[in-house]
Design a protein around this ligand. Structure first.
Ligand SMILES: [Zn+2]
Length: 263
């Protein structure tokens, strides 16, 4: 064993490339294995083991120095399993409650006729590239056709027929949300002057986002506070007043996006 250790050290002293380190690494592993297999407790054996242990430590140190001096160069393409990486990223830190919605499509609870109508709208906008307005037109034309086909000569419908029609939304946005194609987003308010962004905050129990009224950013050190207005007032058709950001900045939730790719 001692002779083997010395020959390893001699071989290490002449190494000039990483390829030459491979057989030496194998020899060192075999030496370690043999060293660990000696378990007899005798004073003479202990003394020899101590000498060998020092030699092995010296070999390890020299080997590590050579490894640093001649790093391994990958031949051919680097193999990287993105599937495993993404899965470990998604499924380990995120609980099922955050990704479960990708496996439960709201559209599945609708009548097949309503499902097919919504599917036509999704194909028109997502795959065929129609604008949202044209998508809405297609959706409402199909809905109107169904309405005329279902009602009798006096314009009456059964409860089931009117329920099917009521299940069909009137906008493509709603349809996409039923297929979980809209994704989770957060709308930030952007300052129109310095482009600083502000995250929304929510009052307990409320889903209405609120933002600071003015920008509190200093564009550069020692500058005045920007103080530009972030929000504009909006008056709805029914006269209700609300405010929305002058410059909304929509950010898609990255975890949600990755989860949707895997679902
Ligand atoms: Zn600003």
């Amino acid at each position: 064993m001692e002779r083997g250790a010395h020959s390893c050290l001699t071989a290490l002293s002449t190494v000039e490339s990483n390829a030459e380190l491979v057989p030496i690494e194998r020899d060192i592993a075999l030496l370690r294995q043999s060293f660990n297999s000696v378990t007899r407790k005798l004073p003479s054996v202990d003394a020899r083991k101590q000498t060998l242990s020092r030699l092995l430590s010296q070999i390890d140190l020299t080997f590590q120095e050579h490894q640093a001096a001649y790093p391994a160069v990958a031949v051919g393409p680097i193999v990287y399993n993105t599937g495993t990486s993404i899965r470990s990223f998604i499924f380990k830190p995120l609980p099922d409650t955050l990704i479960g919605h990708h496996f439960e499509l709201p559209v599945n609870s609708h009548n097949p006729v309503a499902q097919l109508t919504m599917f036509i709208a999704v194909v028109s906008t997502v795959i065929m590239g129609l604008s949202r307005q044209m998508g809405n037109l297609v959706l409402n034309l199909v809905k109107l056709t169904l309405c005329w086909a279902l009602q009798d000569s006096k314009g009456n419908m059964t409860e089931r027929q009117s329920s099917i029609l009521n299940q069909i939304p009137t906008t493509v946005e709603t349809v996409l949300s039923k297929f979980n194609l809209d994704g989770k987003t957060t709308v930030f308010a952007t300052c129109p002057e310095c482009h600083c962004t502000y995250a929304p905050s929510f009052h307990p129990g409320s889903h209405t986002p609120s933002y600071p009224a003015t920008c509190s950013n200093r564009p550069y050190p020692d500058a005045e506070v920007c103080s530009s207005l972030l929000m504009e007032e909006v008056i709805a058709d029914d006269g209700a007043r609300s405010s929305k950001p002058f410059k909304p900045f929509v950010i898609y939730d990255f975890h949600d996006y990755l989860a949707s790719l895997l679902a």
